[in-house]
Structure formats: C-alpha cells, structure tokens
Design a protein around this ligand. Structure first.
Ligand SMILES: Nc1ncnc2c1ncn2[C@@H]1O[C@H](COP(=O)(O)OP(=O)(O)OP(=O)(O)O)[C@@H](O)[C@H]1O
Length: 691
C-alpha cells in the first residue's frame, strides 16, 4: 500500500519526460524509439512474464464467473472438507463445494475490489497532491501537513482504522484501503509536481498568463504521468494483498460473496487436515499480486522510471506556489534606493525601486536581492552583469512574478507599463493578461523551456488562445507566422514537432517566438545564449536585436558575458551581492567604469592584448553569499582599494555623471587601461547585419 517510488529521478527525468539524461528524447507521443522500447521490454523475461500473468488474471476475472459459477456454488454434502482428488483438484470446503473453482470464480471480485480501491486511492492522492498548487499557500500547507502525518502511519494500520470507521463489508474495505493508500500517493504527487513546477516551461506558461488549473492539466500532469501510472499499477498489487488481509480477518467481503481473502480464512480452519483449501487462494493472491507488480516494473522499465527496487532516495516535498509579493512584515523594510534615470526621453516600460527578494534562513529572512532600483525605457536594451550568485536571475524572476514560495518579493515600486505588480491585485486576470501579452521571457536552457509532451505549435498557440481569445486554428496559424518571423525553416512542419526534435538554437528561437505571440513591450532574456555554441549565440542575439529595433521592444539582457552586454545593450547594470553597484552607458563600460568591481570584472575578460603566457586575471576571494553579507561595502574584502570606511559604512548608489551611478566610497577617477578601440571582436557578428 505504501507508495514505493523513487521520486527524485522520476521528478527530474520525468519532469521532462521526453528527455534522457543526455538530452535525447525517451518519450515522444509519436517516437519510434518509444515504440521500440516497449517492444524490447515485452520481449524481455520481465516483460513477457508480466504480460502473461496479467492476461491470465484478467481473463479469469472476466470469464471465471461466467464459466464456473455453477460448479463453484454446487453443494455436495457427501463430500465435506475432502482433500485433493481427481474430481476436486484442491478439495472441497465445509459445504462440499469445489475449492479450485471457487478460487477461479473469486478472481473477479478480488481483482475488481482491489482495482476500485486503487482508483480511489490514486484519485484522492492526486487531489491532495495537487492541492498546494491550486488552493493557495495556507490551505496547501495544511494539506501537506495532514499528508505528512498520514504518511507516517503504517498503511495496514490506517486500513484497519478506516475499516472500523467505514464498517464491515466490501464497501467499507474499498474505502478503507483507498484512503489508506491516498497519503503515500499524495506525497509522491506533491514531490513530482514540485519538481516539474520549477521547470522553465512551467515558468514560461505562467509568464504567458496560463492559469493554475491549466498549468496543472497541460504542463504538469502530462509530465509526471509516467511515474504515477507505474506507481498506481504496483499499488494495485498492494491493494489486492491488503484486501485479502481484511477479508481474511472478516472485515472485508461478507458471505455469501467471497473473494480470495475469505476463501483463505475458510481454508485455514482445515489447514492441518487438507492444506490445499488454504494454499489455493493463497497462491492466487501471490500470482495476481505478482502480475500487478511485474507489470508496474515492466512499465517502469519501458518509460525509464526507476522503482523502489533500484533506488529509494526521495526528495523532500516542497510545495510550489505562484509568487505573491510579500508584505513588508515578512521581509523587513527595504532601503530606499533611488531609481535610475530612464533612457533619455524614453517612456519607462519597467520601473523598479527598492526591490528585495528574501528567503527564510535559520535566523530570519535572508535577502538575496537587497534593494535594487532601475528602470527600462521603451525600446531600450539594458544589460545586467555580475558574478554567479549576484542576484541577476532573481531580479528578473521577481519582475516576472516567478519567484517561488518560500521566496518573498517586496519593493517600493514594481511597475510594468504603469501597472503595479505589488498592489495586491497581482493575481488578477487583467495583470496576468498584461504580463502574458506584453512580457516575454527567454530562459537559459532551451531544452527545459518547453513542455516536452506538447507540440511546439500548440505551446505557442496556447498564448493566443488564452489572451487574444483566438480560436484553435487561428492561434495555430499565428504560431506558424511567429515561427517564420524568427526565421524558423519549414515553420509549418516545425510547429507540428515536439521540442526534442529541435536543435538548441531552434528551441531558443521558438522560445522567442513564444514571447512574440502577444505584443511584447519587454523581453527578459536570462543568459539566453549560454547553452549555445558561438555561431548560434550570434544568431539568437541578432534576432533579439532585430525584434527590438523593429518593434521598439525593450530588452533586459542578463549575461555573464560582459562583451555581449557591452555590444548589445544601451546601458549596463553591474550587480554584486544582491545590489546594483554601478550603472553606466555601455559604450563607456570598458573605459569609464568607476567601481573597482566593474573594473575587476572587465579585467577577467581576455582581449587582443592579453598575454596568453600569463594566467588570466581573476577576482581574488569569493563572492559573498546572501546570508553572510558583511557590514560596509560587500566587495571590500576582495577590493585592492578598500580603506577602513569601506569595511564599516555601506556606500549607496549615487549619481556620478550623466547616466552613471556608482556605489563606492572611493571610485576610480582615472580612465580605464583599456581604450574602446581595443575591445575584442564583435561577439554578435557583423554589425552590418543589424537593422
Ligand atoms: N530558491 C532559493 N532559495 C534560497 N536562495 C536562493 C534561491 N534562489 C536563489 N537563491 C540565492 O540567491 C542568490 C542570487 O541568485 P541568482 O540566481 O539570482 O544569481 P545569479 O546572479 O543569477 O547567478 P547565475 O549567474 O549563476 O545564474 C544566490 O546566492 C542564490 O544562492
């Protein structure tokens, strides 16, 4: 009865259900590879044993009562409690009825009741498992706590408890076993849902404004169906065993009906005189249980889900909630940070002031983004650079309302196209539609950006159906049109394909096309080219440039690559330890940066004059982690120019020239060593290509 599935890998691999670890597909709805695998498993000893046993059990369940009811119920008072003979292979019971035929006839009731209990357990478990996703944080936590408590009880104990609650008889036993099975299934579902909910394609669906229920049915459940099915199949074996146990104890099926458990109980009375009467139903339970278990194992093998026998590691449940900006009480007051200047004369698309993103820590909330303020003007490209962990992605996620619980977002101002995302109505349909149609996200890993179980065209069309009220056909033709716009070869054919049939660059372009399904005013691209080779990287960046110029779309480009940002963007924000430490026009980045951190970052990038015989420059020390931000300037410990004041007083971001802000007590005043004309080769490619 216990749910015995290794959920960690199931969640990871099955979260993308079409991906093998190497990125190759292992399940596509149409995949030939998938068909071959099923055939391969069927040909293996495990496969054919499972198939043969299951077929036997199902045939007996269907035809047993039709063929042998008469012989099973025929009373022969002259042959009471006889041992096995040529006439009665397994002997007779206390009314002289043939035990062998009774066992065959009992197959239907035994299997049907076990399946019924399994369905009840699976459905209840599923409902409880997805509750945290659908019902909000509070109810979700309550459900999770109840499930956690219930899981701690042994299954049989729960079944006995419920059997007493629901009363004697088959109905009571079905309810008892079903409800006893539910907590384990709920736990498994929660774990799987949590792991899939963190995938980029779910984020993408949320940004596109897809509602919770639809995200669940279209994006989450299809991607966790394999482990759930496998687990349900194996659980049916457990239910069969549990049902036999209850009937054996007299709590299940009541006379005159009989199942294997009842026959086992009756046979036990004469176990010393003729054991066959007890052995026969016992063997039937074992064979049917084995049939379900082996089938589960075979299905697991075919779909690539590891079972408990292969591994037992289970990832802790982490209920997933859509982001809700936290109230100040949850994260503490954010320091006032003035927003930067918008691009000259540009209407701001995005305005952020005092943005904080915090997570619970052992000693209270820990802020990973600490009061960030900036704005992005219409058609402007703003780059965000900084070492790993500096808070770049969290800033982008906070803007798109994708920070997951327990992360909390707070800001003095968080406005997108003049609409506050913090006014308490952020869950409203209008805001969702605004974000869905006007904000596009491009994620780092193009493999995880799409739902592997849906055709690309359908995933794109979903946005138009959701927000533009387009019909199915119209939405699909818009999707093809958008794929063409991003220069997807054979767009119509590609729209009908699954994500695994695309190359990395194509997936990234399809992701951009997804963003174009609405009328984006801002594209947030978080390391959009990191997973791509240099040539494809150029194509994707050029595409973003083209879209930006053609439609006056703003771009927030997050990148590790300072050259890419310098070449693509109008302005650059340099982040360190959850803060913006410098902001300046990108054409001044290499020559006029004033913060020692910005200069250190630039120095780590090799250029034409870099002496290749010497080790490449690195920034000494390690970036600070959000839970260990020191007093004073967070960069002081790594800064060659730090003085006493830097270690005690926290410098604020202050204006330092036109469009230039820096947070440093002693910023550089002299020009940088590296003049503009010594920039490395244009990483985007031929500038002439740009519109
Ligand atoms: N869910 C989370 N729970 C706790 N801490 C988190 C969570 N997500 C991010 N952080 C922490 O917040 C900090 C900033 O993370 P973020 O992903 O924004 O960094 P980044 O600058 O985008 O790094 P990278 O370039 O590697 O993506 C990191 O120290 C990270 O460990």
């Amino acid at each position: 009865m216990a749910v015995e599935y290794e959920a960690r890998r199931a969640g990871e691999d099955h979260g993308t259900h079409g991906e093998a670890p190497d990125g190759a597909p292992h399940k596509s709805a149409t995949g030939r590879a998938g068909g071959n695998r099923w055939l391969g498993v069927l040909r293996s000893p495990l496969g054919w044993c499972a198939a043969a046993l299951l077929l036997l059990v199902l045939l007996l369940a269907v035809f047993g009562p039709l063929l042998w009811s008469g012989r099973a119920d025929a009373i022969d008072t002259g042959r009471l409690l006889e041992g096995p003979s040529g006439r009665h292979w397994m002997g007779t019971d206390n009314l002289g009825r043939d035990v062998f035929f009774r066992v065959l006839v009992a197959t239907r009731l035994s299997v049907a009741l076990a399946l019924l209990a399994t369905v009840l357990g699976v459905v209840t478990g599923l409902v409880l498992g997805v509750a945290p996703l659908l019902l909000g944080r509070r109810v979700g936590r309550l459900v999770t706590a109840v499930v956690n408590v219930a899981v701690a009880f042994p299954g049989l104990l729960l079944a006995l408890f419920f059997a007493v609650v629901f009363g004697l008889g088959a109905k009571g036993a079905v309810l008892a076993i079903g409800f006893a099975m539910a907590p384990g299934f709920a736990r498994l579902t929660q774990t799987l849902v949590a792991s899939v909910s963190e995938r980029d394609f779910v984020h993408a669906a949320r940004v596109a404004g897809v509602g919770d229920l639809r995200v669940l049915t279209r994006h989450v459940l299809p991607n966790i169906s394999d482990p759930l099915i496998v687990n349900a199949t194996i659980s049916a074996g457990g239910a069969l065993l549990a049902f036999s146990g209850l009937s054996f104890l007299g709590l299940g099926v009541q006379p005159p009906s009989y199942d294997w458990g009842r026959l086992l109980g009756e046979g036990l009375n004469g176990i010393y005189t003729h054991p066959a009467a007890a052995l026969a139903p016992g063997a039937a339970v074992v064979i049917a249980g084995l049939a379900f278990n082996l089938t589960g194992e075979a299905v697991a093998k075919a779909v690539g889900v590891p079972t408990a026998h292969r591994s037992r590691a289970v990832r802790p449940v982490r209920p997933v909630r859509p982001v809700r900006p936290a109230g100040p009480s949850e994260v503490g007051p954010a320091p006032a940070v003035a927003p930067d200047t918008d691009g000259p004369g540009r209407e701001p698309v995005l305005s952020v002031e005092g943005l904080r993103v915090s997570f619970p820590g052992p000693d209270g909330p820990v802020s990973a983004v600490r009061g960030v303020g900036f704005s992005v003007g219409q058609g402007e490209a703003v780059g965000v650079v900084g070492e790993s962990g500096s808070g770049k992605s969290l800033t982008a996620l906070a803007v798109s309302r994708l920070v997951e619980h327990p992360g909390a977002v707070d800001a003095h101002r968080l406005e997108f196209l003049g609409t506050s995302l913090l006014d308490g109505k952020e869950q409203g349909a209008a805001t969702r539609r605004l974000l869905g149609t006007s904000l596009a996200m491009v994620f780092q890993d193009p493999m995880t950006s799409f739902n592997p179980t849906m055709r690309i065209g359908r995933q794109l069309a979903e946005v138009a159906q959701q927000h533009l009220r387009a019909g199915r056909r119209e939405a699909l033709s818009r999707a093809v049109e958008r794929l063409r716009e991003v220069r997807m070869p054979a767009a119509e054919r590609r729209a009908a394909q699954y994500p695994h049939e695309f190359s990395g660059g194509m997936r990234q372009r399809a992701m951009i096309a997804l963003g174009l399904m609405g009328h984006p005013r801002l594209i947030i691209a978080d390391e959009p080219t990191t997973a791509l080779d240099v040539t494809v990287q150029r194509q994707v960046l050029r595409l973003l440039e083209r879209i930006r110029a053609a439609d006056d779309v703003a771009l927030l480009l997050i990148s590790h690559d300072i050259n890419v940002v310098a070449q693509t963007c109008d302005r650059v924000l340099v982040m360190y330890a959850g803060r913006i430490v410098e902001e300046l026009p990108s054409d001044r980045l290499l020559t006029a940066a004033r913060h020692p951190y910005t200069r250190a970052l630039i120095a780590t990038v090799p250029h034409m004059d870099t002496d290749l015989d010497r080790p490449l420059a690195v920034i000494p020390g390690r970036p600070v982690t959000p839970d260990q931000v020191p007093a004073g300037c967070a960069f002081a410990a790594r800064c060659a120019f730090a003085r006493d004041r830097c270690r005690t007083d926290d410098p604020r971001l202050a204006a330092s020239g036109p469009g230039h802000r820096v947070a440093c007590w002693y910023p550089h005043t002299e020009p940088a060593d590296r003049p503009l004309d010594e920039r490395p080769a244009d990483p985007i490619g031929e500038k002439g290509d740009r519109p």
